[in-house]
Write a protein that binds this ligand. Structure first.
Ligand code: ZN
Length: 292
């Protein structure tokens, strides 16, 4: 499932390719994804100009000049692609017959002749157009926790989010209301880098005074660091994830714990072996020696 770095990579791709574009027409090919599409989804997109592509957690927010925002979640397998190659020195693209892919749910014809489409084979994604002014009241978006790559994110803020939480620290940082954008892969990696057991209770990273412990300090740094690193390399590209251009990147982050069951821990001077175990139905990878 795409996590913050992958969604950020898609955001950057979309912003580069479709910012300023006007949607000439919209075709909706299915009844919906995880939830049914709004009956007027196509009408709300048609005629609108995409002003800027933003992101909040794992949600893509394309602000439109109509006062609406096109909100998309990629789910497990969702992705955008653009038909029509940018021709050098030309602002208009040759309209070419668009061949709809099998799992394409939405097809937008842009004013410059290109086609922006959204496909999602497993249909765990979501898509809706909402009033931009009402975003602050949105049922999901309004409850998202802080962005771990924001300059304001630090151990104090993380401690505030973890205070009194009696779940495991791994479950806590994967809870979108505690920290936005972190999924299984980056949770495993951040905890390994911070030398924290995924099973440790979240509230033990906060002192009675509310101040962050050393572990909390390390985790805040490792979360920001791992996510920023992954963004820099264009999002690690696993299985079904593909970028805006529809091409799968050739570089994937070198994981230290994730997917490394029975392999030696990559921490210097640690002779542990990475173990895999189930935690809340998801695979957790951790070193039992250096992660406490
Ligand atoms: Zn280790």
């Amino acid at each position: 499932m795409p996590e913050l770095p992958e969604v950020e990579t898609v955001r950057r791709g979309l912003d580069k390719h479709v910012r300023g574009c006007v949607v000439k027409s919209a075709q909706i090919h299915s009844s919906g994804l995880r939830w049914p599409f709004q009956a007027d989804l196509g009408r709300k997109l048609t005629g609108s100009q995409i002003e800027i592509c933003d992101r909040r957690g794992k949600y893509l927010l394309l602000h439109l000049d109509t006062g609406n925002t096109w909100v998309t979640h990629l789910g497990m397998t969702g992705g955008f692609s653009i038909d029509g190659r940018p021709a050098k020195g030309r602002q208009v693209y040759e309209p070419k017959p668009h061949v709809r892919s099998r799992h394409e749910h939405v097809t937008l014809l842009l004013c410059d002749g290109r086609v922006l489409s959204f496909s999602d084979p497993r249909r765990f994604g979501s898509m809706e157009v909402v009033d931009t002014n009402a975003l602050a009241l949105h049922a999901v978006l309004s409850r998202l926790g802080p962005e771990p790559i924001d300059s304001t994110f630090d151990a104090d803020q993380l401690a505030g989010q973890l205070h009194g939480r009696r779940c495991s620290i791994k479950a806590a940082i994967m809870n979108q209301q505690i920290v936005a954008g972190v999924g299984n892969i980056y949770a495993c990696e951040a905890l390994h880098r911070a030398r924290i057991s995924p099973r440790r209770m979240a509230c033990t990273l906060v002192r009675a005074s509310g101040q962050p412990t050393d572990r909390c300090q390390r985790l805040a740094v490792s979360l920001t660091d791992i996510l920023q690193r992954a963004i820099e390399i264009g999002g690690s590209t696993l299985r079904d994830f593909s970028g805006i251009d529809g091409e799968v990147g050739g570089f994937s982050l070198s994981f230290r714990a994730y997917d490394r069951e029975d392999l030696r821990c990559r921490r210097r001077n640690c002779f542990g072996v990475i173990r895999r175990y189930e935690q809340a139905g998801r695979s957790t990878f951790a070193c039992p020696v250096c992660q406490r």
